[in-house]
Design a protein around this ligand. Structure first.
Ligand code: SF4
Length: 428
């Protein structure tokens, strides 16, 4: 059986390669809990295969796709079960476990994003704060977990309100963090309440420090709110991770410099960052209305390493070119200060732990000072990761160049055909 978010996010099940569907008994798209339960009933002869939701399979050499369904109330789902994982081998001490505060994205508007449609626009469902507190309690009892990460697309402010009320009442000693948007409602008082309820790190999808680019991506973020929130988090003691996208369609050199200058000049306002080059995702609003964003000549192609038709070759009609953007990406990759802050450099280790082995402590922290950082040990831990990083960079380069080659050939072929048609019309 094959399932999970990547398989779900392939825009159209038709675009999953045949080799993938035939290699397994069932592909499960969208939500898996109900499908898995009913598949097990089917194997016991108690459920008809046609009534198992969200599955795709081969029957007599033909693909069959069952209707889609979703779980309406996610409070009915059980607390995650980590019993069979070798948690003692994980780097986090004490172990940090995932909990789910919501499913789907409550914002669902970002123009570069294709995550939200796979679970349905307007289909965000939240787990109640009381259920989440009971999840944390159960995982604490079972595994001694004291630190939790919300695996939500974006943490939902009303859920956070509930957690801020409930956790202090229970007296539980828990720390937590997760991904979040820069929300106007995240004011100083709210962030302080979150910190008091155990929030120790927030992962913000900032994407760009240019307001013009924020307006293009429709994340609902105002750059002045970003500055305010980052300063508040720093003073309160909440660690911040930032995601950036370089090369948003229409991005100019001036927009790019707003982001780069911020990264270089304000490392005190964030703990770690992650930088991605813009990728045009099938199904995203930019893909659906490309002309509006200065993008054209879209061509969906299959990258076999990704099992599906999911990569898009395209041209830019305004702003920086593909080559100029790649040059900026290379520049930040080679920037020592930015590299040190990159989550993959090893320094990222610090943002994942409530009591990380770093020397600096937030001024108002009442927690005991942790043991000093054993750099030698940390380097040993991250050496294999560095090796992997180097290998995967080569692999990505290789894929990128073969992809560019195919895209160029396709473009040339399209131009040749267009010329032939024009010539034919002219002669007629
Ligand atoms: S980028 Fe994040 S906040 Fe924006 S729509 Fe996608 S999942 Fe939601």
């Amino acid at each position: 059986m094959l399932g999970g978010s990547y398989i779900t996010e392939v825009y159209d099940s038709e675009w999953l390669e045949d080799s993938v569907v035939s290699a397994v008994d069932w592909v499960v798209r969208y939500e898996g809990e109900d499908a898995l339960h009913k598949l097990l009933l089917h194997l016991e002869g108690e459920w008809k295969i046609e009534d198992v939701p969200n599955i795709l399979y081969m029957k007599d050499g033909v693909r069959v796709e069952n209707p889609r369904d979703r779980i309406r109330d996610i409070d009915v789902l059980a607390t995650p079960n980590y019993d069979d994982l070798p948690l003692e081998m994980y780097l986090d001490r004490p172990v940090r476990l995932m909990v789910m505060g919501n499913r789907g994205c409550y914002w669902a508007k970002c123009t570069f994003c294709a995550h939200f449609w796979s679970l349905g626009v307007g289909a965000m469902r939240d787990r109640s704060a009381i259920k989440l507190v009971s999840d944390m309690h159960e995982l604490q009892e079972r595994h001694g977990a004291r630190s939790f990460y919300f695996c939500d697309e974006s943490m939902y402010p009303p859920t956070l309100e509930g957690l801020c009320d409930l956790i202090p009442q229970t007296g539980m000693d828990v720390k937590w963090g997760g991904m979040i948007r820069f929300e106007e409602s995240l004011d100083r008082a709210f962030l302080q309440r979150m910190y008091d309820a155990g929030c120790y790190s927030l992962f913000f999808g900032l994407e760009s420090m240019s307001q013009a680019m924020q307006d293009v991506i429709k994340k609902g973020t105002q750059v002045d709110v970003v500055w305010r929130t980052l300063r508040d988090c720093k003073e309160i003691g909440i660690k911040v991770h930032l995601f950036f996208i370089l090369g948003i369609p229409g991005e100019t050199e001036a927009d790019m410099m707003e982001s780069l200058n911020f990264m270089r000049n304000h490392p005190d306002l964030y703990e770690t960052l992650q930088i991605a080059q813009f990728e045009l995702l099938v199904g995203s609003p930019i893909y659906l209305k490309p002309e509006r964003y200065g993008v054209n000549n879209l061509e969906v192609v299959s990258d076999h390493a990704r099992l599906a038709y999911s990569e898009v070759a395209y041209d830019r009609t305004r702003g920086l070119t593909h080559e100029e953007i790649s040059a900026y990406v290379e520049e930040v990759d080679n920037d020592d200060m930015i590299y040190r802050k990159n989550i993959w450099s090893g320094y990222g280790f610090t943002i994942y732990q409530p009591d990380p082995p770093v020397l600096e402590r937030p001024k108002n922290s009442k927690r005991p000072v942790p043991p000093p950082l054993d750099l030698a040990k940390l380097n040993d831990v991250f050496k294999p990761i560095e090796k992997h990083r180097a290998a995967s960079t080569d692999e990505v380069e290789e894929r990128r160049s073969s992809f560019n080659k195919v895209a160029t050939q396709q473009k040339q072929e399209a131009e040749r055909r267009a010329k032939a048609i024009t010539a034919e019309r002219d002669s007629a």
